[in-house]
Ligand binder design. Structure first.
Ligand SMILES: [Zn+2]
Length: 381
C-alpha cells in the first residue's frame, strides 16, 4: 500500500502534468469510491469548470487544489494508480474514474481492488485547509503531523512520544501519531534505529528516541528520492519507483540481515506482517511480558540446532526443512513481485500505448504522454 514517499511521488508527477489544466467533466462507474458526495453525478457537477491550481500531499492522500476554494483528494489505498493519458487512449475495466481536461487529456484513476477513495471538498479561503463541511471541521483533523516538515523537530517528536504508551510498531502505524508511515517504512526505520518492533515506548532511552526520529525521517526522505517502492501495484504517473531495491527487512523474511547476516524474522503484530532482525533489534527483558504471542507467530522451526545458518549463496551449509520452506517463500515473494511488475507494465501499456495489432506485444511500454503546450513535458527517467 502506498505510503508517504509513494504518494508524494504521485503528487509531484501529477503536479508537472496537470497544473494549469481545467476540468471539463468527470465520469466513473464506481460511486462507492466517492467519499464526499452521494452520487457520481453530484461529484462530477462539482468538478466541472474548475482549474487545477496545485497538487500536493497530506498524510497518504494526494490533494489537488482547485479554483473556487475547493480540493480534490485521492486516497490510493491498496491498488490505486493515477495516469494522465490522451483522451481516447485505450482503457480497461479497472479505470473507475476519468477526469476530462481542457487540453485533450484525461486524468484516470485505476484501482483493481476498488478500496481507493476520492473526494471533492471546500477549502478555507484564508488557511487553505481542506474542510469536511458535513463533519463540520477540517478533513485532516484526525491526522498527526507530517514527519518531514521543518516544524516536526526532535523536540516535538519527543513530546508526542512521551504522551503515548504501547509498542513501537503499532504506534508508528497510527496515523493520528504521525501521518504517512505504513508497514514498509515502519519496519525499515525500526531496523535502521536498531529498535525491536515490540519495544515499549516507556523503555526508550533519549538516544533511542533520537535515533528513531532520525531514521524514520531518513528512510522516508531516501524513498522519496527513489520515487517510492514499487511493490505490488504501486506505480506513479511518470513510472515505477526504485526504493524496493533498497529495502533491507520488509518482505525479506529468511534473507540474511545486511548488518549481521542472521535471517530476518517475520512476525504478525496487530494483524500486520512485521519484519526485523532479532539480533540487531533486541527486545529488553522488561518489554518481553505480553510479547510472547506475537513473537510466536514467527518462531523458527522447533528442535535443537544452530540458532541460524547460512542461506543459499557463498558458503552454503545445506538447508534444514525450515530453511527450505523459507527459501521457497522467498522465491514465491520474488515471483509475486515479478508478476506485479508485469501487471504494472501491462496497465501502463494498455492505457498509454496504441492497441497492439496481430498479437504483437507493445514495443514501448513507456509510450510518452502528450503534454499540453503550457506545461513542459517531464523528463523520462
Ligand atoms: Zn541483524
Amino acid at each position: 500500500m502506498p505510503e508517504l514517499p509513494e504518494v508524494e511521488t504521485v503528487a509531484r508527477d501529477l503536479r508537472r502534468l496537470v497544473v494549469g489544466a481545467t476540468i471539463l467533466g468527470a465520469a466513473g462507474d464506481w460511486p462507492r469510491a466517492i467519499a464526499s458526495h452521494a452520487s457520481m453525478a453530484a461529484f462530477a457537477d462539482g468538478l466541472v469548470g474548475r482549474r487545477i491550481e496545485a497538487v500536493g500531499r497530506r498524510a497518504k492522500l494526494v490533494v489537488v487544489d482547485l479554483s473556487g476554494d475547493a480540493a480534490l483528494t485521492i486516497h490510493l489505498k491498496m491498488t490505486g494508480q493515477l495516469f494522465v493519458v490522451p483522451a481516447g487512449a485505450p482503457s480497461d475495466r479497472h479505470v473507475h474514474l476519468a477526469l476530462a481536461l481542457d487540453d485533450g487529456r484525461e486524468l484516470r484513476f485505476r484501482d483493481i481492488r476498488k478500496f481507493g477513495r476520492v473526494g471533492l471538498w471546500p477549502r478555507d479561503p484564508l488557511s487553505g485547509a481542506v474542510l469536511d463541511a458535513e463533519a463540520g471541521g477540517e478533513l485532516f483533523a484526525g491526522h498527526g503531523p507530517e514527519p518531514l516538515e521543518e516544524a516536526f523537530t526532535l523536540r516535538a517528536f519527543r513530546e508526542r512520544l512521551r504522551r503515548r504508551r504501547g509498542r513501537l510498531k503499532p504506534l508508528l502505524l497510527d496515523q493520528a501519531f504521525i501521518a504517512g508511515i505504513g508497514n514498509i517504512y515502519a519496519d525499515e526505520a525500526l531496523w535502521r534505529a536498531r529498535l525491536h518492533p515490540l519495544r515499549r515506548v516507556a523503555s526508550l532511552r533519549p538516544s533511542d528516541e533520537a535515533s528513531l526520529y532520525r531514521e524514520f525521517r531518513a528512510v522516508l526522505a531516501e524513498a522519496i528520492e527513489r520515487r517510492g517502492s514499487s511493490i505490488d501495484d504501486y506505480t506513479a504517473p511518470d513510472g515505477d519507483g526504485a526504493m524496493q531495491e533498497r529495502l533491507v527487512v520488509y518482505q525479506r523474511a529468511g534473507a540474511p540481515c545486511v548488518r549481521c547476516g542472521r535471517p530476518i524474522r517475520r512476525i504478525v503484530v496487530g494483524q500486520r506482517a512485521t519484519h526485523f532482525c532479532s539480533w540487531c533489534q533486541r527486545l529488553p527483558a522488561a518489554d518481553r511480558a505480553g510479547a510472547a504471542a506475537p513473537l510466536a507467530t514467527g518462531r523458527p522451526p522447533r528442535g535443537r540446532g544452530r540458532r541460524w545458518v547460512e542461506l543459499p549463496g557463498d558458503g552454503v551449509l545445506g538447508r534444514t526443512p525450515g530453511e527450505s520452506a523459507r527459501a521457497e517463500a522467498q522465491a514465491r515473494t520474488q515471483r509475486t513481485r515479478t508478476a506485479a511488475a508485469t501487471r504494472r507494465a501491462a496497465a501502463r501499456a494498455g492505457l498509454e500505448a496504441p492497441v497492439p495489432t496481430h498479437a504483437e506485444a507493445p514495443t514501448d511500454a513507456e509510450a510518452p504522454v502528450t503534454a499540453p503546450a503550457s506545461v513542459p513535458a517531464p523528463e523520462r527517467r
